[in-house]
Design a protein around this ligand. Structure first.
Ligand code: NAD
Ligand code: MG
Length: 389
């Protein structure tokens, strides 16, 4: 008997990861059916995808967006819901088998947590969820028997390179690779005058604007280091960050016997997405095959934590622990947004991030409400520091 398709909710469907997920799903229509799509601002894209994938639900942030979306869709079988609670509802609905968490920023936290608490297969692209609330999210996964599969390419690679039973048996360290981003060769002075266009012009990956700036500042690698600590139950000192400009090796695991196991592939997020969707099987993703007859020319270098101090700040925040990673994540969302809007310069991102970290005290993590409050306080402080210049 043919298996019925698995039902998936895609949170952040209109974004870069959301669109890649729909692309992979469209190649396997017999295996997956869309339960819900969510979008925040791009109603043109959301309408197109509703007409094409015919989900039961769509989620938008406001009544204005709902009215705009209604005018654009022809499919009548989709119920449009509004607001944060609706994101939680489509992430935890009993019919849903898989949740793709691809909202950007701490805004994705509550829906990621809801998916974990409902025991779903959670494909986690939204790394900020783990940075802000790693302890709560990992506990929820354990307690409710959810299957958490990392979609971030590095973590997906590490997941594949670790022992199959996910123990630390024989593991010496994790080698987290970083492309270095588009600004890796610039001097301190040159970095001061970088424009948003320069910062988001990533050499290997096409991604959303926030993660592109994070990649350019190496904050992305810092957030990923924190993400890896939670996912794989290791400490910052167990992780070596290696700059690898070609983004062909997506990360590695070093074993005590001298072996290093790497996962390679073209820089295409459809590969980790297909891995998560098909796990433990494999299926076609549409990604280009890596050619070993063309010159791969793989290079490696150490990261520069002085020019790119966001990496150092992230490591420090994880070592301090408690709510400090949530504080850093919140201020960084504000500084990146202000940089993209021309309010501050590129090097003000690490400057303000550090000022806010210094000014706030880490508390032991207790609850989601506490983290939301800390997040709000860090954002307010960041805005007032920026205003004060
Ligand atoms: P994006 O900006 O392209 O898309 C973000 C999505 O989130 C959009 O659908 C948007 O509508 C939605 N969204 C934005 N603000 C929202 C809010 N306040 N409430 C609800 N929805 C909101 O971002 P992206 O590049 O697809 O990245 C998404 C997540 O995946 C990020 O956490 C990022 O770090 C992670 N990630 C992305 C890539 C990549 O290649 N793009 C790789 C690894 C990890
Ligand atoms: Mg990554």
């Amino acid at each position: 008997m043919a298996k019925s398709p698995m039902l998936i909710s895609i949170l952040g469907a209109t974004g870069s990861i959301g669109q890649s997920t729909l692309d992979v799903i469209s190649q396997h229509p017999d295996m997956f059916s869309v339960f819900a799509l969510t979008g925040h601002s791009n109603m043109v894209q959301l309408a197109k995808d509703i007409d094409r994938f015919k989900p039961r639900f769509a989620v938008v942030p406001s009544v204005e967006r709902l009215n705009e979306l209604k005018q654009r869709i022809s499919y009548v079988g989709c119920e449009i819901l509004v607001g944060t609670q609706a994101l939680i509802d489509v992430a935890s609905a009993p019919e849903v088998d898989i949740v793709m968490a691809a909202i950007v920023g701490a805004a994705g936290l509550e829906s990621s947590l809801a998916a974990a608490k409902s025991g779903k297969r959670l494909l986690l692209a939204n790394k900020e969820s783990l940075v802000v609330a790693g302890a709560l999210l990992m506990n929820a996964v354990d307690e409710h028997n959810a299957l958490l599969l990392p979609i971030d390419s590095e973590h997906n690679a590490i997941f594949q390179c670790l022992p199959a039973d996910r123990t630390h048996r024989g593991v010496e360290s994790i080698l987290l690779t970083a492309s270095g981003g588009p600004l890796v060769a610039l001097s301190h002075q040159e970095l001061e005058v970088v424009t948003p266009e320069q910062a988001i012009a990533h050499p290997n990956w096409s991604m959303g604007r926030k993660i592109s700036v994070d990649s350019a500042s190496l904050m992305n690698k810092g957030l990923e280091l924190i993400e890896a600590c939670w996912l794989f139950d290791v400490q910052p000192e167990d992780i070596e960050v290696v700059v690898h400009p070609q983004s062909v090796i997506h990360s590695m695991v070093r074993y005590v016997d001298g072996s290093v196991i790497a996962q390679l592939g073209a820089p295409d997020m459809r590969t980790p997405i297909a891995y998560g969707l098909a796990y433990p099987d494999r299926m076609n993703s549409g990604a280009q095959k890596l050619s070993f007859t063309d010159t791969l020319n793989l290079q490696f270098a150490a990261p520069d934590r002085d020019r790119f101090s966001c990496l150092r700040l992230a490591e420090q925040s994880m070592t301090i622990g408690g709510t400090m990673p949530a504080i850093l994540n919140a201020v960084n969302e504000v500084t990146v947004d202000c940089f993209l809007n021309g309010i501050i310069g590129f090097m003000d991102i690490p400057r303000v991030n550090e000022q806010v970290m210094d000014a706030m005290i880490s508390e032991p993590v207790e609850s989601i409400e506490q983290l939301i409050d800390v997040d709000m306080r860090a954002r307010n402080l960041a805005r007032s520091k920026i205003k004060a210049g």
